[in-house]
Write a protein that binds this ligand. Structure first.
Ligand SMILES: Cc1cc2nc3c(=O)[nH]c(=O)nc-3n(C[C@H](O)[C@H](O)[C@H](O)COP(=O)(O)OP(=O)(O)OC[C@H]3O[C@@H](n4cnc5c(N)ncnc54)[C@H](O)[C@@H]3O)c2cc1C
Length: 391
């Protein structure tokens, strides 16, 4: 591991331990995004992970940078998720944005002074992202006028800019899709009431409405025709980032269970002396090791032809393992596992949320299934054994 990545992982570990873990219950109680903490994350270099150094980023590869969310995930998966989305937008803006966009936004994004998020989902379409209504009309002066609605927008009202996927014609399909960055103060941009969630309350989520929002062509991130394909690439990065965060979550659940179990007296010994408990926690540890190997392999595959299917494997397997880990660790603590200070119930809810966001477990299965069907076509037909098919 290079010293550069070691350094940033240490920074992330420290940030998780000092800024996030001790405060996350209060954040959830107040339901307010912890801007002071994300400002510190920015100052520490956690908001420009893959952006080039010339724009103030860390210039890390995806394979290395994605490991940051494992560290942040030990403290809170929703916080890790929000920063991962910001980092993906920053990567896209610094990599594919116009020179004017980079001039105006790149340094503010890499430093975390300004936050970004991605708006693809609409009220009528989540998994079926091509069923999109948000529509941009291109004006004679090059500006775009956008109308429509997005749903499930994270950092709604908190982010300073929204990387928004729109259609540019009335034709069905995705050939006309593009991505344009809409500044939060653009006239006509507004947000619906905040969704009421049972957990991760500090992450503001709501619908986003665009009514005759006029945006400069400088803000085009992905030109017409590349909107869906580019978004899918972004989502692959997001899927692996979520798997990384889930590994942190599993480690946190396991460590809580071990800390409790080693001291809980029962039957003349300790809870952790029981074979049944060791086997339960042993299974969590095995799935955690497997999850780490899988997400890191997927992170290294991003940008190659194997990237999408590897991201799907990671997103299919790891959040499921995290749900199991959080529930198993709760069970190990018995009734105590349900109490708030141990945080296991929070981890159960978070892991379930992470199974859904950025492509559900089922959508990952669809991607894997398609790749298997493609492989099947390249394989020879099996010979029919003697005695079969002879009517
Ligand atoms: C906390 C949170 C934050 C989010 N943040 C953002 C954000 O910032 N920006 C953004 O654009 N979106 C965001 N989303 C949206 C998220 O990506 C979608 O919720 C997700 O893609 C699923 O879409 P859906 O909720 O509309 O479910 P639907 O697409 O309606 O799916 C419903 C069910 O059908 C299943 N299903 C769908 N297709 C198939 C199939 N072919 N075979 C079998 N089952 C299938 C799904 O797996 C699911 O179980 C967020 C969601 C959450 C929960």
């Amino acid at each position: 591991m290079s010293t550069e990545i070691e350094k940033i992982l240490n920074v992330a570990r420290e940030h998780a331990a000092t800024e996030v873990a001790p405060n996350v219950d209060d954040w959830n109680q107040s339901g307010v995004w912890p801007r002071a903490a994300s400002d510190k994350a920015g100052a520490a270099g956690l908001t420009g992970l893959y952006a080039p150094k010339e724009y103030g980023g860390q210039g890390l590869s995806l394979g290395d940078g994605i490991r940051v969310y494992e560290e942040l995930g030990t403290a809170d998966g929703a916080y890790a998720f929000a920063l991962s989305m910001h980092n993906i937008c920053t990567f896209a803006g610094c990599g594919y944005g116009t020179e004017a966009f980079k001039e105006q936004w790149a340094r503010d994004l890499t430093s975390g002074r300004k936050l970004a998020n991605f708006a693809l989902t609409e009220p009528q379409s989540g998994s079926d992202a091509t069923n999109m209504y948000s529509r941009a009309v291109i004006n004679s002066d090059g500006t775009w006028t956008i109308n429509g609605a997005k749903a499930w927008v994270s950092l709604a009202g908190e982010a300073d800019i929204y990387f928004t996927v729109v259609k540019t014609t009335d034709q069905p399909g995705h050939q006309d899709m593009a991505m344009i960055a809409i500044p939060a103060d653009a006239p006509g941009l507004s947000f619906g009431p905040r969704y009421e969630t049972p957990s991760y309350n500090f992450l503001p989520l709501s619908e986003m409405y665009m009514k005759d929002v006029v945006v400069s062509e400088d803000n085009i991130i992905l030109p017409i025709g590349q909107g869906l394909q580019g978004s899918l690439m972004a989502i692959d990065i997001a899927r692996v980032s979520i798997a990384s965060g889930c590994c942190g979550l599993m480690q946190a659940a396991l460590d809580t269970a071990l800390s409790y179990s080693k001291n809980r007296k029962m039957f003349g010994g300790k809870n952790l002396d029981l074979d049944g408990i060791q086997w339960m926690l042993g299974d969590v540890a095995t799935e955690l090791e497997a999850s780490r190997l899988l997400y890191r392999a997927a992170a290294n595959a991003l940008g190659t032809p194997e990237g999408p299917v590897m991201a799907a494997h990671a997103k299919r397997f790891v959040p499921d393992a995290a749900v199991k880990a959080a529930n198993t660790c709760t069970q190990v603590l018995g009734g105590m596992g349900l109490l708030k200070p141990y945080g296991l119930d929070r981890l159960s809810r978070l892991s379930q949320m992470l199974r859904i966001v950025d492509g559900t477990t089922e959508i990952s299965r669809v991607v894997i299934g398609r790749s298997l069907a493609k492989r099947a076509k390249t394989l020879p037909d099996l010979p029919v054994p003697k005695g079969f098919g002879e009517t």
